[in-house]
Design a protein around this ligand. Structure first.
Ligand code: PEP
Ligand code: MN
Length: 340
């Protein structure tokens, strides 16, 4: 880290910063500039916490050289990580996976219908929420443990591995027993206690980007999982909050090629939560695949008009089948393009 001093910083301010650096166990080196001094922090083996230096007299800004993550980065681990979810491989340069299913598990019948549709149309993993993080307390909160069991039953019935969200530490053990992959949602991306405990679980984790998280924060959250012992992490871009209100969120697909350079962990895209509007979603699914996403996740409901959660963004069976047909054509075009 470099600590940049104000141009009028006094000699004793600089000395105080140097003393604080040394008190933290590092070495300090002053780099005199034209009109200001920068002090380099040397001897660190990981990220340097700027907190002890914040508010010190004469300090202008901090420039971090070491990132708050290491294990997730390509510098540390150059080869792609391939995560297996119930036998389905997810990784950069693997065929893109399709994860599909309803936002929430509402009943056995609803999930059975959705599971059959997505399986038949060619999805490789079944999704469905049992513990639902809803904005308001009066909305349907999910079927909880009963929902997890229904998901497990349907996953076996149609022969697709499953993914479902956990919101609390005490849900981890049971969900890990019944599901092939545990999702940590956007709202819990920085629930560090949950991340630390999920790191100890012997199942892959699908970590979604927080709606206002920077990519550095996203990767640092994934670092908790790897640092705690779970190397099987899939990242999911699901749209972020910007000034734009026309759609539910803003889907920044440029993160896909960027993250491919920075991390060995696979990154998938969830256009359903990013966009919130059914008929736009297939376009973004295709775009995500073209920019190299390791997979996509979409919400599919047998009767979106009756959905208890996220109906307007859920594809109906016809829409999903049509999209899957178009994706096959796209994949052939991409494969042919690569060979040509
Ligand atoms: C979900 O996938 O069901 C969900 C709630 O998504 P997010 O955490 O991205 O809002
Ligand atoms: Mn949803």
């Amino acid at each position: 880290m470099l600590i940049v001093m104000e141009h009028n910083a006094a000699e004793h301010d600089i000395r105080a910063v140097v003393a604080q650096i040394e008190a933290q166990g590092y070495k300090a080196e002053s780099i005199p500039g034209g009109d200001r001094v920068a002090i380099g922090v040397l001897g660190n083996t990981g990220y340097v916490d700027e907190t002890p230096f914040r508010g010190m007299a004469g300090v202008r800004e901090f420039i971090h050289v070491t990132k708050p993550y290491k294990l997730v980065s390509r510098d540390f681990h150059p080869e792609d990580t391939i995560v297996e979810v119930g036998g389905v491989k997810i990784g950069w340069n693997q065929p893109p996976v399709m994860i599909a299913g309803p936002c929430a598990i509402e009943s056995r019948e609803q999930l059975q219908e959705a599971s059959r549709v997505v399986k038949e149309a060619g999805a490789s993993i079944l999704r469905g929420g049992a513990f639902k993080p809803r904005t308001g307390p009066h909305s349907f909160q999910g079927l909880g443990y009963e929902g997890v069991k229904i998901l497990s039953e349907m996953s076996k019935e149609v022969g697709l591995p499953s993914v479902t969200e956990v919101m609390r530490i005490d849900q981890l053990e049971m969900v890990a027993k019944y599901s092939d992959c545990l999702q940590i949602g956007a709202r819990n991306m920085q629930n560090f206690d949950l991340l630390k405990e999920a790191a100890k679980i012997d199942k892959p984790i699908l970590l979604k980007r927080g709606m206002s998280a920077t990519l550095e924060e996203f990767l640092a959250a994934a670092e908790y999982l790897l640092a705690g012992g779970n190397p099987n992490v899939i990242l999911c871009e699901r749209g972020i909050r910007t000034f734009e209100r026309a759609l539910r969120n803003t889907l920044d697909l440029s993160v896909i090629p960027y993250l491919k350079k920075v991390t060995h962990l696979p990154v998938i895209v969830d256009p359903s939560h990013a966009i919130g509007v059914r008929d736009i979603i297939p376009h973004l699914v295709k775009a995500a695949i073209v920019v190299g996403a390791a997979g996509v996740m979409v919400e599919v409901h047998p009767k979106p008009a009756c959905a208890l959660c996220d109906g307007p963004q859920s594809l109906n069976p016809e829409g999903f089948i049509k999209m899957m047909r178009e994706l096959k054509i796209l994949q052939i075009a991409l494969d042919t393009g690569e060979e040509g």
